[in-house]
Structure formats: C-alpha cells, structure tokens
Design a protein around this ligand. Sequence first.
Ligand code: TGC
Ligand code: FAD
Length: 399
Amino acid sequence: MSVLATADHDPLDLLDVDAGLDDTQVQVRDTVAKLVRGRYEPELADWFESGVLPMRDIARELGELGLLGMHLEGYGCAGMDSVTYGVACRELEAGDSGLRSFVSVQGSLAMFPIHEYGSEEQKQEWLPRMATGEAIGCFGLTEADSGSDPAAMRTRARRDGPGEDADWIIDGSKMWITNGGIADVAVIWARCDDDRVRGFVVPTDTPGFVANEVLRKQSLRASVTSELVFEDMRLPASAALPGVSSMRGPLSCLSEARYGIVWGVTGAARRCLESALDHAMTRTQFDRPIASFQLTQQKLVEMAVRVEHGMLLALHLGHRKDAGTVSAAQISMGKLSNVRDALWVAREARSVLGASGITLDYPVMRHMANLESVFTYEGTNEIHTLIVGEALTGIRAFV
Ligand code: TGC
Ligand code: FAD
C-alpha cells in the first residue's frame, strides 16, 4: 500500500501519537476532555477574569472521576499508571493550567509525600478524603527568600522538650503556595534543630497557621495562590512525616509534579493550535482565508510540530516512568522542553488571531499568561537547564 494512501488525519495530532494509548488511557482522555469542554470551558474566562472560582465543587467533581492522587495505590486512590495520569493532566490543562495545577498539587505534592513517607495513621486520616476531593491539600516549600534554592529555607521546626514524643513548634513562612488559602491540610517543609529537613502534615485549622491570598496576579488567575505564615505553631510529634528527613523528601515530590507538567502543557499548546487553526480557516483578508497565506501556514505547521514533539516526549517519559526507569534529569529535560515550546506555541497562536487574540473570548492569551507561571514554578527554565547540564557534563553549575 502506498504511504500516501493513509487514513484521515486529526489536524491536532497529525502523527497520531494517541494511537500509542491503550483503551483505559483513551477512556480517561475522553472523559476528562468532555468534562473540561462541557463543564469548565464555558466558565474559565470568567473565573480567570474575576480570579474567583468554585474550587470546592471542582475538587469534588475531579475526585468523583478518580483524578485526585490517581497514580497512587490504595487508600481510595485509583492506582492508574503514569501515562493515564499524564493524559488526564493534558486534558485538564487544555482547559486551564489552574485545573492541572490543582490536580498536580493535590495528587503529586500533597498526597504523594503522605503516601510515600507518611505513617499509617497519616495515610488513613488524609488520603481517602483527599482522593474524593473532600479535603484539599497544599505543599509549602518555597519561601519569599528561597525559591530556586529551597534548601536555604528559614522555616524552623524545634522540639518543645527532650525526646521523640515532644511536640514540634514551627515558625516561619512560605510563599506562592497553590491552594494555600483553601487547603484543609498543608505539607510543610522545615529545617529542624538537627539541621535536617522534615515534612509536617499540618491541618490548616491549627492555631498559629495563617494563609494570606496573593492578589493582583496576571497569570494562573483560575487558581488560588497564598502566603502561609506560621507563628509558634504547635504540632504533635506524630505530625512529622517519618519516612524522610532530607531535601530528598520535597525534591522527590517535585519530580512527580514536574512529570504531570510535561504532559499538561501539551494540552494548553494543543488548545492554542486548535484556536489558531479555526481562526485561520474562517478569518478572511485580501479576499481569502488567512490560512491560505504561506506565512500563516508556516506558523501553524511550526506549532503543530512542537505540539507533536511535546506529546511524543511526554509519552516516552510516561513509558519510562511506568517501567520504573525514568530519572529526575529526564523529567527536567521534558519540563524544560515542553513548557518552553508551549509558551512559544501560545505566542504564535496569538499572532494568528490578530487583535482578537488579546481578549478572553479566545483561550490563547489566558494560556499564554498561565504558561508564564508554569515556566517558573516547579523549577524555572534555568534550573532545569542546569539540572540537564549537570547530567550532560557531570559538573554542577548552580553557583
Ligand atoms: P541536591 O543535593 O541536588 O539533592 C538532595 C537530595 O535530593 C535528591 N534529589 C531528587 N530526588 C528526586 N527527584 C528530584 N528531582 C531530585 N533532586 C534531587 C538527591 O538525589 C539528594 O538525595 P540524597 O538521598 O543523596 O540526599 O539538592 P539541592 O538542595 O542542591 O537542590 C538542587 C536543585 C537546585 C536542583 C533543587 O533545589 C531544585 O530543584 N530547585 C528548584 C526548586 C523548585 O523546583 N521548587 C518548586 C516548588 S513547588 C512548586 O513550584 C509547585 S507549583 C504547583 C502547581 O501549581 O502546579
Ligand atoms: P528565583 O529563585 O528568585 O529566581 C529568579 C530568576 O533567577 C529566575 O529566572 C531563575 O531561573 C534565576 N536563577 C536562580 N538561581 C539561578 C542559578 N543558580 N543560575 C541561573 N539562574 C538562576 N512553591 C511551592 O512551594 N508550592 C507551591 O504550591 C507553589 N505554587 C506556585 C504557584 C505559582 C503561580 C507560582 C508563580 C509559583 C509557585 N511556587 C510554589 C513557587 C515556585 O516554585 C517558585 O516561584 C520557583 O521555584 C522560582 O523561585 P522564585 O520565584 O523565588 O525565583
């Protein structure tokens, strides 16, 4: 058969990357895409503009679909593979990075450390309620003065007395914390008297815990971002995560969440391509659709190439993760490459839309603004460049 005689192509997946998904992955993809298109897309521009959204309802809806902590086993979690988790992230972020962020923080940054490093009591207490969306979690690592270098954190945890049963007292603050102001439980990382870094599972109604919303954001407006302040916050000895006492704890959580971003941003990029393609086919200038101009086609093609690259990369890393062979540097390369390309696609799509592209009537500017945050959080573009640089050369170049 001639290679030219192939079947119809989906213009948003010309290489048919999704042919590499199994039946469950396709089912999850279609279910999440339907939820995002039908329920969230009509609201997203308003949520973004007002900065107000019904996060509790959304949490329960996502929980009902089994999307919260979906790659974790037991305790009410769905136990799905990494590719399925990735596909869900992709379809959520096709709606808005804020939706994917919510799922990343809940599953990969708040539930994962409890699942991986928590006591049986901590797991039983929090994971089932977090899986349904009844309880919302957040993850506090970054501080105002320590972002890219979280090991320089100033938040301190000290024992209030001798022995392992003594309470902990935590003082300090965290900054830029997704879900901070709406969370029921916070996983907070602090440096202890013995100089080790430990994670603490903190119910947010603990006296001494205060959350202040970050206002005037121009990015990720459909997401709650907060400062957290801890003043003489007393916690029982059992609040510390027993399974880890070094930077490996928080950094391993980041690998989980970064993996979700590798997938997620391909959804945002694909949605921008879709919007640009629709517009290019219907918008007429010089008596013909702008899609008929070579320069417009070049933009569309370059966008499609980057979307497909990103999807292939995500699928490749997903297979490696499911095989247990993915490394942190590989995930960094994926985050670096896919976020950079998604941002490029969003900017290019905006230019195809002309003036209309600057409004919230189209999703492109919203995605572009969101992707500026995604470029920075979970390790900036520069930090991932240096992580990959170290993998290539064996030389650390952070300082
Ligand atoms: P370093 O000495 O390199 O490592 C300390 C220990 O951690 C291990 N490790 C990792 N393990 C798993 N995954 C990773 N990605 C890991 N990176 C390091 C490492 O093997 C070592 O283990 P051990 O057992 O030998 O002790 O640590 P460092 O302090 O020198 O850090 C290096 C650096 C700069 C790469 C790291 O600090 C870094 O990644 N900085 C970027 C900070 C960052 O990404 N922050 C994100 C905050 S959370 C967030 O942004 C959420 S956004 C949420 C949303 O809304 O989606
Ligand atoms: P800085 O570290 O001050 O970096 C500023 C610039 O300097 C960047 O370009 C950076 O790449 C560059 N730079 C820094 N060090 C180097 C170096 N060694 N070499 C070269 N360049 C360097 N954090 C959490 O803990 N939990 C959350 O839930 C969370 N959610 C977030 C949500 C949003 C919307 C945003 C924007 C951030 C969130 N963050 C969260 C924080 C995020 O992880 C940090 O913003 C990020 O790690 C960067 O830290 P910084 O903003 O302090 O920038």
